[in-house]
Design a protein around this ligand. Structure first.
Ligand code: NAP
Ligand code: MG
Length: 397
Protein backbone atom coordinates (compact mmCIF):
# COMPACT_ATOMS: atom_id res chain seq x y z
CA UNK A 1 0.00 0.00 0.00
CA UNK A 2 1.24 3.46 -0.88
CA UNK A 3 2.36 5.79 1.91
CA UNK A 4 0.60 9.15 1.89
CA UNK A 5 2.62 12.33 2.15
CA UNK A 6 0.25 14.63 4.00
CA UNK A 7 1.27 18.09 2.81
CA UNK A 8 2.57 19.31 -0.58
CA UNK A 9 6.15 19.23 -1.76
CA UNK A 10 7.26 21.79 -4.34
CA UNK A 11 9.05 20.07 -7.20
CA UNK A 12 11.34 21.99 -9.57
CA UNK A 13 12.34 20.09 -12.67
CA UNK A 14 15.61 20.93 -14.38
CA UNK A 15 17.93 20.34 -17.30
CA UNK A 16 20.01 17.87 -19.27
CA UNK A 17 21.36 14.69 -17.65
CA UNK A 18 19.93 15.52 -14.25
CA UNK A 19 16.48 15.96 -15.81
CA UNK A 20 16.74 12.43 -17.17
CA UNK A 21 17.85 11.07 -13.80
CA UNK A 22 15.10 13.07 -12.10
CA UNK A 23 12.36 11.30 -14.04
CA UNK A 24 13.87 7.87 -13.35
CA UNK A 25 14.03 8.59 -9.63
CA UNK A 26 10.40 9.66 -9.56
CA UNK A 27 9.12 6.80 -11.73
CA UNK A 28 11.14 4.01 -10.18
CA UNK A 29 11.85 4.94 -6.57
CA UNK A 30 9.09 7.29 -5.44
CA UNK A 31 5.79 7.07 -7.30
CA UNK A 32 5.36 3.29 -6.87
CA UNK A 33 5.47 3.76 -3.07
CA UNK A 34 4.17 7.23 -2.27
CA UNK A 35 1.00 9.23 -2.78
CA UNK A 36 2.25 12.81 -2.98
CA UNK A 37 0.78 16.20 -3.72
CA UNK A 38 3.59 17.61 -5.85
CA UNK A 39 3.43 21.26 -6.84
CA UNK A 40 5.33 20.93 -10.11
CA UNK A 41 7.32 23.75 -11.72
CA UNK A 42 9.31 23.16 -14.87
CA UNK A 43 12.58 25.08 -14.46
CA UNK A 44 14.03 23.53 -17.60
CA UNK A 45 15.75 26.34 -19.47
CA UNK A 46 13.29 26.31 -22.39
CA UNK A 47 10.34 26.77 -20.08
CA UNK A 48 12.10 29.49 -18.10
CA UNK A 49 12.65 31.22 -21.43
CA UNK A 50 9.00 30.82 -22.48
CA UNK A 51 7.79 32.32 -19.20
CA UNK A 52 10.42 35.09 -19.15
CA UNK A 53 11.75 33.37 -16.02
CA UNK A 54 8.48 33.94 -14.13
CA UNK A 55 8.31 30.21 -13.41
CA UNK A 56 11.43 30.50 -11.23
CA UNK A 57 9.83 33.23 -9.15
CA UNK A 58 6.57 31.27 -8.84
CA UNK A 59 8.46 28.17 -7.77
CA UNK A 60 10.38 30.06 -5.08
CA UNK A 61 7.13 31.61 -3.80
CA UNK A 62 5.60 28.14 -3.66
CA UNK A 63 8.44 26.98 -1.38
CA UNK A 64 7.75 29.99 0.84
CA UNK A 65 4.09 28.89 0.95
CA UNK A 66 4.46 25.13 1.41
CA UNK A 67 7.74 25.04 3.30
CA UNK A 68 9.46 22.17 1.50
CA UNK A 69 10.86 21.93 -2.00
CA UNK A 70 13.17 19.76 -4.06
CA UNK A 71 15.09 21.00 -7.08
CA UNK A 72 16.77 19.35 -10.03
CA UNK A 73 19.98 20.94 -11.34
CA UNK A 74 19.40 23.69 -13.89
CA UNK A 75 21.42 25.47 -16.56
CA UNK A 76 22.60 28.96 -15.75
CA UNK A 77 22.79 30.28 -19.29
CA UNK A 78 25.83 32.08 -20.64
CA UNK A 79 26.31 33.31 -24.23
CA UNK A 80 27.02 29.80 -25.53
CA UNK A 81 23.88 28.40 -23.86
CA UNK A 82 21.73 31.24 -25.24
CA UNK A 83 22.78 30.10 -28.70
CA UNK A 84 22.56 26.37 -27.96
CA UNK A 85 18.96 26.64 -26.68
CA UNK A 86 17.89 29.68 -28.78
CA UNK A 87 17.00 31.67 -25.67
CA UNK A 88 15.67 35.22 -25.60
CA UNK A 89 18.43 36.23 -23.19
CA UNK A 90 20.95 34.89 -20.66
CA UNK A 91 18.51 34.49 -17.77
CA UNK A 92 19.87 34.90 -14.26
CA UNK A 93 20.97 31.93 -12.22
CA UNK A 94 17.76 30.26 -10.94
CA UNK A 95 19.55 29.40 -7.72
CA UNK A 96 20.45 33.06 -7.22
CA UNK A 97 16.85 34.13 -7.86
CA UNK A 98 15.43 31.53 -5.50
CA UNK A 99 18.01 32.31 -2.83
CA UNK A 100 17.20 36.01 -2.87
CA UNK A 101 13.44 35.36 -2.64
CA UNK A 102 13.81 32.93 0.27
CA UNK A 103 16.69 34.96 1.79
CA UNK A 104 18.30 31.61 2.40
CA UNK A 105 21.65 30.13 3.26
CA UNK A 106 23.04 27.13 1.39
CA UNK A 107 24.28 24.14 3.36
CA UNK A 108 26.32 21.38 1.75
CA UNK A 109 26.74 17.99 3.30
CA UNK A 110 28.61 14.93 1.98
CA UNK A 111 27.09 11.45 1.98
CA UNK A 112 29.40 9.04 3.76
CA UNK A 113 29.94 5.47 2.55
CA UNK A 114 32.31 3.04 4.25
CA UNK A 115 34.27 2.03 1.16
CA UNK A 116 35.20 5.56 0.10
CA UNK A 117 37.78 6.65 2.65
CA UNK A 118 37.94 10.42 3.21
CA UNK A 119 41.25 12.07 2.33
CA UNK A 120 41.52 13.17 5.97
CA UNK A 121 41.95 10.15 8.23
CA UNK A 122 40.15 11.59 11.25
CA UNK A 123 36.94 12.40 9.34
CA UNK A 124 34.32 9.85 10.34
CA UNK A 125 31.10 11.86 10.11
CA UNK A 126 29.93 14.36 7.50
CA UNK A 127 31.09 17.96 7.79
CA UNK A 128 28.38 20.37 6.67
CA UNK A 129 29.32 23.79 5.39
CA UNK A 130 27.01 26.79 5.66
CA UNK A 131 28.18 29.52 3.34
CA UNK A 132 27.02 33.09 3.71
CA UNK A 133 25.96 33.89 0.16
CA UNK A 134 25.81 37.68 0.19
CA UNK A 135 28.38 40.46 -0.02
CA UNK A 136 32.07 40.77 0.89
CA UNK A 137 34.29 40.38 -2.17
CA UNK A 138 31.33 39.02 -4.21
CA UNK A 139 29.72 42.49 -4.18
CA UNK A 140 32.85 44.59 -4.20
CA UNK A 141 33.90 47.79 -5.91
CA UNK A 142 37.46 47.62 -7.16
CA UNK A 143 39.88 50.16 -8.50
CA UNK A 144 43.34 49.88 -9.97
CA UNK A 145 45.22 52.83 -8.53
CA UNK A 146 47.29 54.49 -11.28
CA UNK A 147 49.74 56.38 -9.09
CA UNK A 148 50.29 58.44 -5.95
CA UNK A 149 47.18 59.74 -4.20
CA UNK A 150 44.85 59.30 -1.24
CA UNK A 151 42.19 56.62 -0.98
CA UNK A 152 39.30 57.33 1.35
CA UNK A 153 36.23 55.52 2.63
CA UNK A 154 33.28 57.93 2.70
CA UNK A 155 29.81 57.33 4.13
CA UNK A 156 27.03 59.84 3.44
CA UNK A 157 23.98 59.30 5.68
CA UNK A 158 20.64 59.20 3.84
CA UNK A 159 19.04 61.42 6.49
CA UNK A 160 21.40 64.29 5.76
CA UNK A 161 23.60 63.68 8.81
CA UNK A 162 27.31 64.32 8.90
CA UNK A 163 29.56 62.60 6.37
CA UNK A 164 32.11 60.19 7.72
CA UNK A 165 35.41 59.71 5.95
CA UNK A 166 38.37 57.50 6.75
CA UNK A 167 41.72 57.35 5.03
CA UNK A 168 42.35 53.90 3.58
CA UNK A 169 45.85 54.55 2.32
CA UNK A 170 48.17 57.31 1.11
CA UNK A 171 49.49 55.81 -2.11
CA UNK A 172 53.04 56.79 -3.06
CA UNK A 173 52.78 54.89 -6.34
CA UNK A 174 50.44 52.54 -8.25
CA UNK A 175 48.44 49.90 -6.40
CA UNK A 176 45.02 48.39 -6.08
CA UNK A 177 41.93 49.10 -3.99
CA UNK A 178 38.70 47.30 -3.04
CA UNK A 179 35.56 48.36 -1.19
CA UNK A 180 33.39 45.65 0.33
CA UNK A 181 30.26 45.66 2.43
CA UNK A 182 27.68 43.55 4.17
CA UNK A 183 24.35 44.28 5.80
CA UNK A 184 23.18 43.55 9.31
CA UNK A 185 20.00 41.98 7.94
CA UNK A 186 21.90 39.55 5.74
CA UNK A 187 24.36 38.57 8.46
CA UNK A 188 21.53 38.04 10.94
CA UNK A 189 19.57 35.91 8.47
CA UNK A 190 22.69 33.86 7.85
CA UNK A 191 23.26 33.33 11.58
CA UNK A 192 19.61 32.34 12.09
CA UNK A 193 19.64 29.94 9.15
CA UNK A 194 22.79 28.27 10.52
CA UNK A 195 21.27 27.99 13.97
CA UNK A 196 18.05 26.51 12.50
CA UNK A 197 20.08 24.01 10.52
CA UNK A 198 22.16 22.97 13.55
CA UNK A 199 19.01 22.55 15.65
CA UNK A 200 17.30 20.61 12.83
CA UNK A 201 20.27 18.30 12.28
CA UNK A 202 21.11 18.18 15.99
CA UNK A 203 24.75 18.96 15.29
CA UNK A 204 27.33 21.31 16.81
CA UNK A 205 27.77 24.71 15.21
CA UNK A 206 31.16 26.30 14.50
CA UNK A 207 31.65 29.80 13.25
CA UNK A 208 35.04 31.16 12.23
CA UNK A 209 36.15 34.67 11.30
CA UNK A 210 39.17 36.91 11.86
CA UNK A 211 37.99 39.42 14.43
CA UNK A 212 41.49 39.84 15.89
CA UNK A 213 42.57 41.55 12.67
CA UNK A 214 39.27 42.93 11.42
CA UNK A 215 38.08 44.50 14.66
CA UNK A 216 34.97 46.06 13.09
CA UNK A 217 33.96 44.10 9.98
CA UNK A 218 34.66 40.52 11.09
CA UNK A 219 33.91 41.46 14.68
CA UNK A 220 30.42 42.51 13.59
CA UNK A 221 29.79 39.04 12.15
CA UNK A 222 30.94 37.50 15.44
CA UNK A 223 28.76 39.86 17.47
CA UNK A 224 25.63 39.05 15.43
CA UNK A 225 26.36 35.31 15.51
CA UNK A 226 27.03 35.27 19.26
CA UNK A 227 23.87 37.25 19.89
CA UNK A 228 21.64 34.96 17.79
CA UNK A 229 23.18 31.82 19.30
CA UNK A 230 22.70 33.19 22.82
CA UNK A 231 18.98 33.66 22.06
CA UNK A 232 18.70 29.93 21.29
CA UNK A 233 20.93 28.77 24.14
CA UNK A 234 18.15 26.80 25.84
CA UNK A 235 17.38 24.89 22.60
CA UNK A 236 21.06 24.07 22.14
CA UNK A 237 21.25 22.78 25.71
CA UNK A 238 18.10 20.67 25.36
CA UNK A 239 19.56 18.96 22.30
CA UNK A 240 23.01 18.61 23.85
CA UNK A 241 24.72 20.52 21.05
CA UNK A 242 27.08 23.47 21.27
CA UNK A 243 27.98 26.70 19.51
CA UNK A 244 31.65 27.69 19.22
CA UNK A 245 33.26 30.77 17.80
CA UNK A 246 36.84 30.29 16.60
CA UNK A 247 39.35 32.29 14.65
CA UNK A 248 39.10 31.09 11.06
CA UNK A 249 42.68 29.76 10.95
CA UNK A 250 42.05 27.89 14.19
CA UNK A 251 38.84 26.47 12.70
CA UNK A 252 40.78 25.21 9.67
CA UNK A 253 43.35 23.54 11.91
CA UNK A 254 40.64 22.02 14.14
CA UNK A 255 38.64 20.69 11.20
CA UNK A 256 41.62 18.62 10.01
CA UNK A 257 41.79 16.88 13.40
CA UNK A 258 38.07 16.57 14.02
CA UNK A 259 35.79 13.58 13.55
CA UNK A 260 33.23 15.66 11.68
CA UNK A 261 29.54 15.80 12.46
CA UNK A 262 29.40 19.59 12.83
CA UNK A 263 28.02 22.48 10.81
CA UNK A 264 30.81 24.87 9.90
CA UNK A 265 29.37 28.32 9.24
CA UNK A 266 31.63 30.30 6.92
CA UNK A 267 31.80 33.83 5.66
CA UNK A 268 31.27 34.06 1.90
CA UNK A 269 34.85 33.63 0.68
CA UNK A 270 35.77 31.06 3.32
CA UNK A 271 32.67 29.05 2.35
CA UNK A 272 33.53 29.22 -1.34
CA UNK A 273 37.02 27.86 -0.72
CA UNK A 274 36.34 25.47 2.14
CA UNK A 275 33.28 23.81 0.61
CA UNK A 276 35.40 22.72 -2.34
CA UNK A 277 38.08 21.41 0.00
CA UNK A 278 35.57 19.49 2.10
CA UNK A 279 33.74 18.14 -0.99
CA UNK A 280 36.88 16.78 -2.60
CA UNK A 281 38.11 15.51 0.78
CA UNK A 282 35.01 13.35 1.05
CA UNK A 283 35.30 11.93 -2.46
CA UNK A 284 32.91 13.06 -5.18
CA UNK A 285 30.53 15.80 -6.26
CA UNK A 286 28.07 12.99 -6.91
CA UNK A 287 27.91 12.43 -3.15
CA UNK A 288 27.39 16.05 -2.11
CA UNK A 289 23.93 17.23 -1.10
CA UNK A 290 22.82 20.80 -0.75
CA UNK A 291 19.92 22.47 1.01
CA UNK A 292 18.78 26.07 1.05
CA UNK A 293 17.35 27.03 4.46
CA UNK A 294 15.51 30.29 4.96
CA UNK A 295 15.50 32.17 8.27
CA UNK A 296 11.79 31.22 8.56
CA UNK A 297 12.69 27.53 8.31
CA UNK A 298 11.69 26.82 4.66
CA UNK A 299 13.80 24.13 2.99
CA UNK A 300 14.79 23.54 -0.63
CA UNK A 301 16.82 20.37 -1.25
CA UNK A 302 19.06 19.68 -4.25
CA UNK A 303 22.25 17.98 -5.41
CA UNK A 304 25.37 20.15 -5.24
CA UNK A 305 26.45 19.28 -8.78
CA UNK A 306 25.24 20.73 -12.08
CA UNK A 307 23.43 19.20 -15.04
CA UNK A 308 26.40 16.94 -15.94
CA UNK A 309 26.34 18.26 -19.48
CA UNK A 310 29.18 16.11 -20.88
CA UNK A 311 27.24 12.95 -19.98
CA UNK A 312 24.09 14.43 -21.51
CA UNK A 313 25.79 14.94 -24.87
CA UNK A 314 26.89 11.28 -24.78
CA UNK A 315 23.31 10.29 -23.95
CA UNK A 316 22.01 12.33 -26.92
CA UNK A 317 24.43 10.47 -29.19
CA UNK A 318 22.83 7.24 -27.99
CA UNK A 319 25.85 6.21 -25.91
CA UNK A 320 25.35 4.71 -22.49
CA UNK A 321 26.27 6.84 -19.48
CA UNK A 322 27.25 6.22 -15.90
CA UNK A 323 26.00 9.30 -14.10
CA UNK A 324 25.80 9.25 -10.33
CA UNK A 325 22.20 9.77 -9.20
CA UNK A 326 22.91 9.57 -5.46
CA UNK A 327 22.92 13.29 -4.66
CA UNK A 328 19.67 13.75 -6.60
CA UNK A 329 18.09 10.79 -4.79
CA UNK A 330 19.18 12.29 -1.47
CA UNK A 331 17.64 15.63 -2.45
CA UNK A 332 14.29 13.80 -2.60
CA UNK A 333 14.88 11.83 0.60
CA UNK A 334 15.95 15.01 2.40
CA UNK A 335 12.72 16.72 1.37
CA UNK A 336 10.60 13.69 2.26
CA UNK A 337 12.24 13.24 5.65
CA UNK A 338 11.74 16.89 6.54
CA UNK A 339 8.14 16.82 5.24
CA UNK A 340 7.48 13.72 7.35
CA UNK A 341 8.96 15.40 10.41
CA UNK A 342 6.93 18.60 9.95
CA UNK A 343 3.73 16.66 9.18
CA UNK A 344 4.30 14.23 12.02
CA UNK A 345 4.12 11.27 9.63
CA UNK A 346 6.98 9.01 10.72
CA UNK A 347 6.17 6.46 7.99
CA UNK A 348 7.19 9.05 5.37
CA UNK A 349 10.47 9.80 7.12
CA UNK A 350 11.05 6.06 7.54
CA UNK A 351 10.58 5.45 3.81
CA UNK A 352 13.09 8.23 3.02
CA UNK A 353 15.48 6.56 5.45
CA UNK A 354 14.92 3.22 3.73
CA UNK A 355 15.83 4.65 0.31
CA UNK A 356 18.99 6.19 1.73
CA UNK A 357 20.01 2.96 3.43
CA UNK A 358 19.38 1.02 0.22
CA UNK A 359 21.53 3.42 -1.81
CA UNK A 360 24.37 3.30 0.71
CA UNK A 361 24.02 -0.49 0.93
CA UNK A 362 24.33 -0.74 -2.86
CA UNK A 363 27.57 1.27 -2.95
CA UNK A 364 29.02 -0.52 0.07
CA UNK A 365 28.08 -3.79 -1.61
CA UNK A 366 30.09 -2.84 -4.71
CA UNK A 367 27.33 -1.50 -7.00
CA UNK A 368 28.08 2.06 -8.06
CA UNK A 369 28.56 4.44 -10.98
CA UNK A 370 31.88 5.06 -12.71
CA UNK A 371 32.86 8.19 -10.73
CA UNK A 372 32.76 6.19 -7.49
CA UNK A 373 34.28 3.03 -8.96
CA UNK A 374 37.43 5.10 -9.54
CA UNK A 375 37.87 5.97 -5.85
CA UNK A 376 36.36 3.08 -3.95
CA UNK A 377 38.42 0.72 -1.74
CA UNK A 378 38.72 -2.17 -2.32
CA UNK A 379 38.58 -1.67 -6.08
CA UNK A 380 35.61 -3.01 -8.03
CA UNK A 381 35.91 -4.67 -11.43
CA UNK A 382 32.83 -3.13 -13.03
CA UNK A 383 30.47 -0.22 -12.66
CA UNK A 384 26.74 0.38 -13.19
CA UNK A 385 25.25 2.51 -15.95
CA UNK A 386 22.96 5.38 -14.98
CA UNK A 387 19.71 3.45 -15.19
CA UNK A 388 21.19 0.18 -13.90
CA UNK A 389 22.08 1.80 -10.60
CA UNK A 390 18.57 3.20 -10.11
CA UNK A 391 17.04 -0.14 -11.13
CA UNK A 392 19.23 -1.92 -8.60
CA UNK A 393 17.98 0.35 -5.82
CA UNK A 394 14.36 0.15 -7.04
CA UNK A 395 14.43 -3.65 -6.91
CA UNK A 396 15.43 -3.55 -3.24
CA UNK A 397 12.81 -1.12 -1.92
P1 NAP B 1 28.61 19.61 -13.36
O1 NAP B 1 27.33 19.36 -14.01
O2 NAP B 1 28.63 19.59 -11.88
O3 NAP B 1 29.66 18.56 -13.91
C1 NAP B 1 31.06 18.74 -13.90
C2 NAP B 1 31.76 17.39 -14.01
O4 NAP B 1 31.76 16.76 -12.73
C3 NAP B 1 31.05 16.40 -14.93
O5 NAP B 1 31.42 16.60 -16.27
C4 NAP B 1 31.47 15.08 -14.34
O6 NAP B 1 32.82 14.75 -14.69
C5 NAP B 1 31.46 15.39 -12.85
N1 NAP B 1 30.13 15.15 -12.26
C6 NAP B 1 29.30 16.07 -11.70
N2 NAP B 1 28.20 15.49 -11.24
C7 NAP B 1 28.31 14.19 -11.53
C8 NAP B 1 27.46 13.07 -11.32
N3 NAP B 1 26.27 13.20 -10.73
N4 NAP B 1 27.88 11.85 -11.75
C9 NAP B 1 29.06 11.71 -12.35
N5 NAP B 1 29.91 12.73 -12.58
C10 NAP B 1 29.54 13.96 -12.17
O7 NAP B 1 29.17 21.03 -13.80
P2 NAP B 1 29.29 21.68 -15.26
O8 NAP B 1 29.41 20.63 -16.30
O9 NAP B 1 30.34 22.70 -15.08
O10 NAP B 1 27.93 22.45 -15.44
C11 NAP B 1 26.88 21.98 -16.27
C12 NAP B 1 25.68 22.90 -16.13
O11 NAP B 1 25.19 22.81 -14.80
C13 NAP B 1 25.96 24.36 -16.40
O12 NAP B 1 25.01 24.85 -17.33
C14 NAP B 1 25.78 25.03 -15.06
O13 NAP B 1 25.19 26.29 -15.20
C15 NAP B 1 24.88 24.10 -14.33
N6 NAP B 1 25.04 24.07 -12.85
C16 NAP B 1 23.88 24.01 -12.14
C17 NAP B 1 23.94 23.90 -10.76
C18 NAP B 1 22.64 23.84 -10.00
O14 NAP B 1 21.58 23.87 -10.59
N7 NAP B 1 22.68 23.72 -8.70
C19 NAP B 1 25.17 23.81 -10.10
C20 NAP B 1 26.33 23.82 -10.88
C21 NAP B 1 26.25 23.94 -12.25
P3 NAP B 1 33.25 13.88 -15.97
O15 NAP B 1 32.77 14.66 -17.16
O16 NAP B 1 34.72 13.84 -15.83
O17 NAP B 1 32.59 12.54 -15.87
MG1 MG C 1 34.23 27.36 -4.71
Amino acid sequence: MAITVKNPIVEMDGDEMTRIIWKMIKDKLLLPHLTMDLKYFDLGVKHRDETDDQVTIEAANAVAEHGIGVKCATITPNAARVKEYSLKQAWKSPNGTIRSILDGTVFRKPIIVKNIPPAVRSWKKPISIGRHAYGDIYRSVEYKVPGAGTAELVFTPANGGEKKSLVVHQFKGPGVLMGIHNTEQSIRSFARACINYALGEKCDLWFGAKDTISKTYHAFFKEVFDHEAEAKKADFETLGISYRYMLIDDAVAQIMKAEGGMLWACMNYDGDVMSDMVASGFGSLGLMTSVLVSPEGKYLYEAAHGTVVRHYYEHLKGNSTSTNSVASIFAWTGALARRGELDNTPQVAAFAQKIEATVIGAIEGGVMTKDLAAIVEPKVSSYAHTEEFINFVAARL
